[in-house]
Design a protein around this ligand. Structure first.
Ligand code: HEC
Ligand code: HEC
Ligand code: HEC
Ligand code: HEC
Length: 141
């Protein structure tokens, strides 16, 4: 009789702990960790570098770019965020992805795109930069 009572009290206690954890403690921990995460994310500065900053060291490229068809496309759209590179000034710290995929990201023919688009087979087998200057976005002459 006494043994049964102890088991019963024990079971109720365990049950209580589980309920308290699931509906009380756990959501509290979750909420505070979400808040911490949000605080951390929002304190970050944007890590992309504006084309105006690239201009300081790449005046010629910047001038060509600013006068051409790609003047609405930021340098970092094609070259990665640029944050490391602006500090380190090395080749290794910047992305130069001279592939058809880089260009097709924006120029692939998809219904509704309101920029000049091309078919996959346009200039097929050759890098786009072979015929187009990526900075002026003109056909190379
Ligand atoms: C403080 C000066 C400085 C700034 C700002 C700067 N660069 Fe550079 N960049 C350099 C130097 C120096 C080199 C040449 C590194 C070498 O040849 O080792 C270079 C090289 C490059 C290269 C050629 C890499 C290669 O493989 O040949 C690219 C592309 C480039 N920069 C893009 C950018 C972009 C995009 C920005 C803006 C987000 C930028 N740079 C901002 C100094 C700078
Ligand atoms: C539409 C994509 C695109 C944009 C926008 C772009 N680049 Fe480039 N960039 C490339 C590609 C692709 C190459 C490698 C092929 C080449 O040099 O023709 C390159 C090469 C370079 C190089 C090394 C070769 C060279 O021409 O001196 C530098 C430096 C550079 N870019 C800087 C910049 C800067 C600065 C900007 C913004 C003012 C910029 N790029 C904007 C795609 C781009
Ligand atoms: C981030 C998007 C983006 C990327 C990546 C991009 N472009 Fe563009 N491109 C544009 C926009 C926007 C324009 C100007 C608006 C338009 O085409 O009507 C343009 C214009 C052009 C034009 C001129 C079109 C005309 O009307 O004569 C050419 C050529 C071109 N891009 C080639 C390239 C090449 C080559 C690459 C890769 C090195 C590239 N683009 C990568 C967005 C992009
Ligand atoms: C073999 C050379 C060659 C290659 C490679 C090439 N193009 Fe072209 N592209 C041309 C020529 C030529 C034109 C027409 C030029 C003109 O009208 O000024 C053109 C036109 C364009 C236009 C303008 C289309 C329009 O409707 O106004 C875009 C955008 C373009 N190309 C993007 C690209 C992209 C992106 C790539 C790589 C996937 C690429 N090209 C590869 C030669 C080439």
């Amino acid at each position: 009789m006494r043994a049964t009572l102890i088991v019963l009290i024990f079971a109720v206690a365990i049950y209580g702990i589980v309920i308290a954890y699931t509906f009380g403690y756990s959501p509290m921990v979750k909420q505070s960790s979400i808040e911490k995460w949000m605080e951390k994310e929002m304190s970050k500065k944007p890590s992309y570098v504006e084309s105006e900053v690239c201009k300081q060291c790449h005046l010629q490229t910047h001038t060509k770019w600013s006068l051409g068809n790609h003047s609405t496309v930021e340098c970092v759209n094609c070259h990665g965020t640029g944050e490391e590179h602006a500090k380190l000034r090395t080749k290794e710290s910047i992305i130069v992805e001279d592939t058809r995929d880089t260009c097709m990201l924006c120029h692939k023919k998809i219904a509704g795109r309101n920029i000049a688009t091309v078919e996959e087979n346009h200039g097929s087998g050759v890098r786009c930069s072979y015929c187009h200057d990526p900075h002026s976005a003109n056909t190379r002459s």
